[in-house]
Design a protein around this ligand. Structure first.
Ligand code: 4AD
Ligand code: MG
Length: 430
C-alpha cells in the first residue's frame, strides 16, 4: 500500500492508500463517522462505516479529538460534493496521539487570542492557504529573476549604518560597537550590481515602526533587485513585468487557495501591463480634490494611498516625489532637482504601496552632499562612496515588500496574517 500526500490524491482513485496526518474536524451519525483529515498538503473526508471496519477501528475513530495525529488507510473515491473532490473509505486507522482539548475550535475567535496561538493557528485552513500563496510568490520570484539572468546576492543582516532613515533602526551591541538590524539590503546590492550587473537579494528586513497600522510589521521580507546601467524608466518597466508575473503565477498555481480565501479572481486577472502612472504633483492635486489636506512636499499617508489606489483596477505608479521626503540616495531629476527619479507602486483595491524604488545618485560629490544634508556619519558610508569613485554608472533598483504583496493578492485586511510569525508593536510571542 502506498503512502501518499493528499495533494496528489487524484492520482489514486480506486486504490488503497495510507495517509499520515491530523484530525481537522469530525462529525458522526451513529453508524458512520466522518473524519476531516489534513496532512499538511490538503484536506480529505474519511468515511468510517461501523459495519465495514473492525470494531477497534470504529472505536479509534470515535476516540479521536480535534488535532489528534493519526495514520489512516482507505480506498480513494471521487466525490465532487466532498471537501477536496475526493473521499477516503477508511479501512484502517492508527492513533499516533490523542490531542488535548484544542484551543482553536471551528467557532470564531478574537484576533489577539489567535495571535497568541499563532503556532497552532497556522494549521487552520485560511492561514494554510495564505502560506501556500506566499510560498508560490517566492518560487515565482526566483524563477522570474533567474530567467532574466539576475544573480542572487545575500545582503548582511547586521549592519553599521541606516539606509531608510535613522528613526526606525533596531540597535544592538556589536562587541564594543553599535550595529543595526538591516532596514534594506539596497546599498549592498548597489555594490553587487557593479560586480555582477543585475542582482537581487531576498531576506528579512527590520524596522522599529512605532505606530500600530495594518500595513506595517517590525520584521518583513523584501525582494530587492538592483541593475547597473538601468535608468528609472527601465526600472519601472521591470517592476511592471515582475508584479504581473507574480499575479499570473498565483492565478496559475494557487486556484484552490484563492478559493479558500474567497478571493475575487477577476480583480487579479486585470493586473496586466502597462500600469497607469501618476506624477506626485497630479496625485496631490487629485487628493486635495477628494478631501485630503495633503500639501505639496508632504509624504502620502496610508489613507491618501488608499484613495488613489481605489481609482484603478491595476497597480499604479506614483513618481516624482519631493526630494525632501526621500532617502539620501535618490537621484534628483536633472530638469527639476526638487523632485527625485523615484516611484512607489501602489496595489489596487485600496492596498497601497507594495514597491518603493528609483534611480540612485551616481555622482560622488552630490552623494556626499546628500549624506551631509541627512546628518549621516560619512565614515560609515565610505565603502558606498567608493562605488562612485571606481567606475560609477547610472543604476536603479527597487524593493518589493513580500507581506504587502501577499496581503493584496490574498485579499487580507492586515499584514499580520501574511507572515508565519508576525512581529508587531509590542508582540514578539510566539
Ligand atoms: O519604500 P521602502 O522603504 O524602500 C526601501 O527600503 C528601498 N531601500 C528599497 C530599494 O530600492 N531597494 O520599502 C520598500 C517596500 C515597501 O514598498 C513596502 O512594500 C515594504 O518594503 N515595507 C514594509 N512592509 C512591511 N512592514 C514595514 N514596516 C515595511 N516597510 C516597508
Ligand atoms: Mg516606501
Amino acid at each position: 500500500m502506498e503512502r501518499i500526500y493528499l495533494k496528489h490524491v487524484g492520482r489514486y482513485v480506486g486504490s488503497e492508500v495510507e495517509i499520515r496526518g491530523w484530525l481537522y474536524n469530525k462529525r458522526s451519525s451513529g453508524k458512520i463517522i466522518f473524519l476531516i483529515i489534513r496532512d499538511g498538503t490538503n484536506l480529505i473526508q474519511g468515511v468510517v462505516v461501523k459495519s465495514e471496519v473492525p470494531a477497534e477501528v470504529f472505536e479509534a475513530a470515535k476516540r479521536l479529538t480535534q488535532e489528534s495525529s493519526l495514520i489512516v488507510r482507505g480506498v480513494v473515491r471521487e466525490e465532487p460534493r466532498s471537501i477536496s473532490g475526493y473521499e477516503l473509505s477508511v479501512t484502517d486507522l492508527e492513533i499516533v496521539q490523542i490531542a488535548e482539548e484544542y484551543p482553536i475550535t471551528p467557532k470564531e475567535h478574537g484576533v489577539e487570542y489567535l495571535l497568541d496561538r499563532r503556532h497552532l493557528w497556522l494549521r487552520s485552513r485560511k492561514q494554510h492557504a495564505i502560506m501556500l500563496v506566499r510560498n508560490e510568490l517566492i518560487k515565482a520570484t526566483r524563477k522570474f529573476f533567474d530567467e532574466r539572468d539576475f544573480v542572487l546576492i545575500d545582503a548582511p543582516i547586521l549592519t553599521p549604518a541606516s539606509v531608510e532613515g535613522t528613526t526606525t533602526l533596531f540597535e544592538t551591541d556589536y562587541f564594543d560597537d553599535k550595529a543595526y538590524l538591516s532596514q534594506s539590503g539596497q546599498l549592498y546590492m548597489e555594490a553587487a550590481a557593479m560586480a555582477f550587473g543585475k542582482v537581487y537579494c531576498f531576506g528579512p528586513t527590520f524596522r522599529a515602526e512605532k505606530s500600530k497600522t495594518r500595513r506595517h510589521l517590525m520584521e518583513f521580507w523584501m525582494i530587492e533587485p538592483e541593475m547597473a546601467f538601468y535608468d528609472q524608466e527601465d526600472n519601472m518597466k521591470l517592476q511592471e513585468e515582475y508584479v504581473s508575473y507574480l499575479v499570473q503565477h498565483v492565478l496559475e498555481h494557487c486556484r484552490p487557495q484563492l478559493e479558500v480565501l474567497e478571493r475575487d479572481i477577476s480583480k487579479l486577472e486585470a493586473v496586466v501591463p502597462p500600469f497607469p502612472r501618476l506624477s506626485y504633483d497630479e496625485a496631490v492635486e487629485f487628493l486635495q480634490q477628494h478631501g485630503s489636506d495633503v500639501q505639496w512636499g508632504d509624504d502620502l499617508g496610508a489613507p491618501d494611498e488608499t484613495i488613489i489606489s481605489n481609482q484603478y483596477d491595476r497597480p499604479v505608479f506614483i513618481y516624482g516625489f519631493p526630494t525632501g521626503i526621500k532617502a539620501f540616495y535618490f537621484k534628483p531629476d536633472p530638469t527639476r532637482p526638487e523632485i527625485v527619479l523615484g516611484s512607489d507602486l501602489l496595489a489596487p483595491e485600496g492596498y497601497g504601496e507594495i514597491i518603493g524604488g528609483g534611480e540612485r545618485i551616481a555622482d560622488l560629490d552630490l552623494l556626499m552632499q546628500r549624506i551631509q544634508e541627512h546628518n549621516l556619519p560619512q565614515e560609515h558610508y565610505e565603502w558606498y562612496l567608493d562605488l562612485r569613485r571606481y567606475g560609477s554608472v547610472p543604476h536603479s533598483g527597487f524593493g518589493l515588500g513580500l507581506e504587502r504583496t501577499v496581503a493584496w493578492i490574498c485579499g487580507l485586511a492586515h499584514l499580520r496574517e501574511a507572515i508565519p510569525f508576525p512581529r508587531l508593536l509590542n508582540r514578539i510571542y510566539p
